[in-house]
Design a protein around this ligand. Structure first.
Ligand code: HEM
Ligand code: HEM
Length: 209
């Protein structure tokens, strides 16, 4: 156990960890705030998110020591021990995510995987067998256009809401869970930065090693 001060050794993240972190953040923000749900932009951003997450997961096997899964195993036991350390005012340094942070990282990745799998399944679902065969737009776009036409026709009056399939429901629930995890993650980062005196946010920014 060491007792770091404001000059405690900085955490080091390689460029792949930094780039994938901020790309994932950007993709989530884009799909949560900018793209229209189910639009082709939403789906393309989703594929970019999937590719970025895949890259980070591969990096967890072949990347440098701090980026590897072996540096931050998901361990509830270690996370509990870490909470006890916090309660006792003890501080230990971790080259990678601390055990509590590690659980959060795996939780975020798992929820992202659910969002991606349900999103890709919805996007690749066959279009309604209507109109010219072969000239159908992508399934998600077709479905959305159809729903929008329907909603416009109905003047969005209460009552008739479109039936949400189980995939949509799982996608939406996972998205809401992701928002909760993100809030906890940011609170955790702020807490850890203040507690440890280590500049962990700077360490995740470009150009800092
Ligand atoms: C973390 C990033 C994402 C966020 C925040 C997000 C958010 C949402 C939300 C709120 C909906 C509306 C659900 C509803 O109708 O109740 C939606 C729908 C949809 N999303 Fe995502 N999504 C994300 C990632 C993805 C990915 C990775 C894909 C696929 C590659 C995808 C494909 C779709 C499709 C096809 C729909 C249309 C569902 C429908 O029309 O019923 N999304 N998304
Ligand atoms: C959409 C929002 C966010 C998501 C989904 C997210 C997700 C993640 C994930 C998955 C990791 C693990 C990185 C890896 O090992 O590859 C991580 C680490 C980290 N994130 Fe975020 N993040 C978000 C927003 C932020 C924001 C806004 C900040 C700045 C305050 C931030 C600061 C950090 C830091 C400092 C770490 C490293 C923690 C450590 O040193 O153990 N994140 N984040």
């Amino acid at each position: 156990m060491t007792t770091p001060t404001a000059t405690a050794s900085p955490r080091r993240w390689d460029p792949v960890v930094k780039l994938t972190h901020w790309t994932i953040v950007a993709a989530i923000l884009a799909n949560a705030l900018i793209t229209e749900e189910g639009s082709s932009a939403h789906v393309w951003v989703g594929y970019a998110l999937a590719g970025t997450l895949a890259l980070r997961l591969i990096w967890g096997v072949i990347g440098p020591a701090e980026a590897r899964f072996s540096a931050f195993p998901p361990s509830p036991g270690r996370a509990l021990a870490h909470i006890r350390e916090i309660a006792a005012g003890k501080r230990s340094e971790h080259a990678s995510h601390n055990p509590l942070g590690a659980l959060m990282v795996y939780a975020i990745w798992s929820v992202l995987a659910v969002i991606i799998v349900t999103g890709v399944l919805m996007a690749s679902a066959p279009a309604e067998p209507r109109g010219e065969p072969g000239a159908a737009p992508p399934a998600a776009t077709a479905e959305r256009l159809e729903r929008e036409e329907h909603e416009e026709g109905e003047g969005r009056e209460g009552g008739e809401e479109h039936e949400e399939g189980p995939l949509t429901e799982v996608h939406e629930t996972a998205v809401n869970l992701l928002y909760v995890l993100i809030l906890l993650h940011i609170a955790g980062v702020v807490f850890e930065a203040r507690r440890s005196g280590r500049r962990i946010v700077l360490a995740m920014l470009p150009g800092r090693r």
